[in-house]
Structure formats: C-alpha cells, structure tokens
Design a protein around this ligand. Structure first.
Ligand code: ADP
Ligand code: MG
Length: 555
C-alpha cells in the first residue's frame, strides 16, 4: 500500500493475500520440494509403488511419476509448475518424469541454501542457466551412438524396469521394437500409428503384431457381412437412432392405429438415416455411439457392416489409418469423408473370441499390438510398460543417441560441472557447484530406494568416474555396487536426460525469480459483506479508500 499525505491507498481487493520477498520464495520452494518428495520413493528399478484412490473409490497402483502427479490434486501454484515439468517430460519423451521432478526439487533445495548464505536469486538463476547449458554440451559428449535392434531392446527394457521382469520384459521389448521399426518413416517415428489392443485369456508370450487396426468389437447384426473387401469406411461420432426430444414429452396413444403410425414414423426416421449412409457409398460404419436395433437391421439388409461404441481414441486412430474424416452429422456425409481399407473382417483369434480386423489400410504404417495376458491387472501393467517402451524406442530411433543409466551421467556431469564452475569463478561458481550437487539426487535416491547406503554409493561412484574409463559406471541396485552400465545393458535415450535437466532448470529458475505472490481470495459472501461494511464505515468517517486490503499471509 502506498501513502500520500498520511492517507493510505489500497490497491488490492479485500480477501487478497500477499507474501513478499524471502517469505514468498521460501513458501514456493517448500511447496515445490513437497511435490518432489511425493514421488521420490518411486525412482528406479527398486522404487516403491503408490496406491491412488480417487474420490469415487477407484484405485490405481503405479510407480509412474506423471500418473501419480496427474492423479493427486495439487493447488499451490509453484507446486503446479513442478507438476508441469513432469507433464512436459511425458509429452516430449514418455520417460524420465520422476527424474525431472526430483531434480527440480533438488535445484530448489540447493538454491534455498545459497539464499540463506546471502546470495541473490538472480545470481543463482544465472549460474543455473550456465550450468544447464554446459550440462547439455557435456551430455552430448557422454552420449553413445545407438543403432540396431539389440540396443533398442535394451533401451526398452531399461524403461520398463520396475514394471515388468524376466521373460515378460523380453517379450514386451521385442514387441515394442518390432512395432516402432515398422512405423518408422524417414527417420521419424509417430507412435500414434500404433494401437495396443488388450485381450486376456492367453499368456503374454502369445502377443502379436497385426498390420492394421484391430477392434474388440462384433458386428451389430448377424445379417451384416462378416467380411468386406475394398471397404469404404464411415467414421461416425453420433448415434444412429431416433432423435430424443429435448424436453420430456409424453405421448398418449389411444388406439392401435395411432400406435402403428407412431412406430412407422420412427421407422421412417431410421430408414432415412440408413439411406443417407448408403448414398454416401459407405459399406462399413464404425460408430462412436449407439446404433438402434432396427437401424442395424436395415444396414444389414443394405450389405453394410456396422459396429457401435467404438471409443473416441480408437476413432482418432482409425481416422489416421484409413484417411477418413470423422462425420458428426448424418445428413452431411460426403463420399470424400470416407476412409479406405482393403479388408474389414470379423475373425476369431485363437479360436475364442471374435474381433474386427481393419487391414490393408490407406496408411500402411498403421498397426496394432495384440497384447495378451492372463489377468486384467497384469495386462494393464503390461500396457503401461509397453507405452513407455514404445516412446523411448521411438526417441532413440529418431535421435540415435543413448546414455548409460543408473545415475552414471549424473555422476559424470556432477564432476565435470564442478571443474567448469571453477573456470567461471565468482559468485556464479557457487550456483554451478550447487547445480552439480543437485544432480547427485539421482544416484543418491536410486541407492536409498534400494536400501543401500547413499553416501557410500556416491563416494564409490565418484571415485570410479575419476578414474580413466569409468564414465559409464552407474549403480547396480541389485548388487549394491557400481558397474559399467554400457556392459550391463542399462541404456536410456539421451533425450530423457537433456529434457529432464532442461525443464527442471526452467521451472526452478522461474520459481526463484518470483519474489511476490499476490493471490486474490474468492469473492465469497463473507468477504463481500465485510468489504461493504468497511466501505460504509469509511464513508461515515468521511474518507474513502480504493477498496480494502486483505490480511497478509501465506497462500
Ligand atoms: P523415471 O520416471 O524418471 O523414468 P524410473 O522409476 O523409471 O523413473 O527410474 C529411472 C531411473 O532408474 C534412471 O536413472 C535409470 O537409469 C534407472 N534404472 C533403470 N533401470 C536400471 C537398472 N537396471 N539398474 C540401475 N538403474 C536403473
Ligand atoms: Mg522410467
């Protein structure tokens, strides 16, 4: 608040809270660090799982950083910025979310220590930026060129550790690599071309890859053809039914004739809709909503194969695969909206269940992984593992670079950044050293989560890295000692690390630059009433402020 000739001027609305300077920074840092703490115990192959229970009682058991953070309700704005780090990491690379979040937390913790020593946040952020740029440079020096199925399989396996083990991991990594290689085009990989269709009742080893899209659906009516060649496919996002009235209407039917005319009216609506589909030239209809029985009957008579309740995400994949446009209104279909597939057929798989196969699609890159599993819980976990594997394999095919895992690059970067820091000198050197120290959080947490002594492990790792030929040494969490991760086959995409360091640094510096938090309180009744009462009092006293200013406090 400003003051002029002894009169206070209020600029903030009643109910607004404000915290300034060191207070604001500390609160933000504490909130952001709490997010990192929440996922820390899940890091690495020996990380623990979290059980999440939502407000409707659904439970998810996972150790996936981004899944956990998306699921829990986070209010604090600085904490939300850290959650964003996880989301960006997930979108950009599909792995390394926990790493990015706990690194951001560590950067902030170190920054707090520097601020307590009297170093200004501006110096810290500029030191962090220098360190991040150098880290990027050093990472590309550490990175190992990668090509060939063997390396890709190792990358897939590393991304899946903790989620699947042994023979299952072998099958899943093989599937992931084959699928991604099949959709690769000119060095680019679009994993959206890959659909995963889960089907229980068989072991994961009998999973397979199908060229085209597989839907776990049966045709709506036995009249419909089981097989359509040269399919012209209508992708429909609305139901084929009789339009429900907006308001609740009741119709009184007093005679059989009235009943008859009412029914035939309904019939003619459905006939018209089917007629519109026929006219467009479609011979396959994949509908996101419901299809009235009578409409299915007419469609069958017209020789059209139709399926209902196809999910939105499946429709999106089908649109990509067949080149069809999703039609929202039946009276607006045009022949050019239709997608194409050489064959649409309902087939039995392993003699148990019928599925719809859409093959020889217009886009030959579209494919489906038929994921099998013996139980629902195991197949869900395999699916999550497979998704991560598909993403990292895709990234390595695009970038052709990997780094060793198990905290090896973090340890190496830590050492080299300390050297770099002394070449920079000044106060920024302290920030660069803090950055290097923050990187230790990764090997340290891997050790802690495996029940190992973190100090011993860090010391052993560092001394390995200081020796010649030790730069690939990371923590073997099963045996509790440093090993050459390249030899052990624990490999991650380079992009996982560059992205994690980049976005964690960005979030941390953004949080550090905030020295004033002004939060407008909701205009709930009480504050409004209080504001009015205050205004009335001020009027009486013959002086008017420009609104009131709420209590100061942390948000
Ligand atoms: P994130 O969400 O960051 O990917 P994870 O729980 O997947 O978190 O853990 C990733 C960390 O675990 C990485 O540092 C990776 O190198 C390490 N890691 C993965 N597999 C192994 C392994 N077999 N031995 C040692 N470290 C591993
Ligand atoms: Mg991971």
């Amino acid at each position: 608040m400003a003051e002029q000739s002894g009169q206070p001027i209020y600029i903030l609305r009643e109910g607004t809270t404000q915290s300034k300077g060191r207070d604001a920074q500390s609160y933000n840092i504490i909130a952001a660090m709490a997010v990192a703490e929440a996922v820390r115990s899940t890091l690495g192959p020996k990380g623990m799982d979290k059980m999440l229970v939502d407000s409707t009682g659904n439970t998810t058991v996972t150790n996936d950083g981004v899944t956990i953070l998306k699921e829990i309700d986070i209010e604090h704005p600085a904490a939300k910025m850290v959650v964003e780090v996880a989301k960006t990491q997930d979108e950009q690379v599909g792995d390394g979310t926990t790493t990015a979040v706990i690194f951001a937390g560590a950067l902030l913790k170190k920054a707090q220590e520097l601020m307590d020593m009297g170093i200004h946040p501006t110096v810290i952020t500029s030191g962090y930026r220098l360190a991040a740029a150098k880290a990027n440079e050093l990472l590309s020096e550490i990175a190992i060129p990668a090509s060939g199925k063997d390396v890709l399989k190792k990358v897939a396996l590393t991304a899946m550790t903790g989620k699947s083990a042994g023979a299952v991991g072998d099958t899943l990594s093989e599937l992931a690599v084959d699928a991604v290689l099949a959709v690769e085009e000119g060095g680019k990989v679009d994993v959206d071309n890959i659909k995963v269709e889960k089907k229980t009742g068989s072991s994961v080893q009998s999973s397979s890859i199908v060229r085209g899209i597989v839907l776990n659906k049966r045709r709506e009516n036995p009249n419909m053809p089981k097989k359509v060649e040269n399919a012209r496919i209508l992708l429909l996002s609305t139901a084929i039914d009789i339009k429900k009235t907006e308001i609740d209407a009741s119709i009184k039917i007093r005679s059989p004739e009235q009943m008859q005319s009412f029914l035939s009216q309904e019939e003619s609506i459905l006939r018209r809709k089917v007629e519109a589909i026929k006219k467009s030239g479609a011979n396959v209809v994949l509908c996101q909503k419901s299809i009235e029985d009578l409409a299915a009957h007419y469609l069958g008579k017209a020789g059209i194969l139709a399926v209902k309740s196809v999910s939105e995400s499946e429709i999106a994949k089908l649109s990509k695969a067949t080149g069809g446009r999703v039609v929202t209104k039946l009276d607006e279909i045009e022949p050019k909206d239709l997608g194409f597939a050489g064959l649409v057929e309902e087939r039995l798989i392993s003699g148990e269940d019928e599925l719809l196969f859409i093959e020889k699609c217009k886009n030959p890159k579209a494919l489906t992984i038929m994921l099998r599993g013996s139980s629902f819980t195991s197949i869900d976990e395999y699916e999550r593992a497979l998704h991560d594997a598909l993403r990292v394999v895709g990234v390595v095919i695009e970038d052709k670079k990997v780094v060793p895992g198990g905290g090896a690059p973090e340890t190496e970067l830590g050492l080299r950044l300390r050297e770099y820091g002394s070449s920079v000198g000044g106060r920024e050197q302290l920030a660069i050293e803090a950055f290097a120290g923050a990187l230790d959080i990764i090997p340290r947490t891997l050790a802690e989560n495996a029940g190992l002594d973190p100090i011993d492990m860090l010391v052993e790792l560092r001394s390995r890295h200081e020796k010649k030929g030790g730069k690939n040494f990371g923590l073997n969490v099963f045996e509790g000692k440093p090993v050459d991760m390249l030899k052990a086959g624990v490999l991650e995409p380079l992009r996982v690390k560059t992205q994690a360091i980049g976005s964690a640094t960005e979030a941390a510096t953004m949080i550090l630059r905030i020295d004033d938090v002004i939060a407008s309180g909701g205009p709930d009744e009480r504050t409004i009433r209080e504001a009015q009462a205050a205004a009335a009092r001020q009027m009486q006293a013959g002086r008017m402020g420009m609104g009131g200013m709420g209590g100061m406090g942390m948000m």
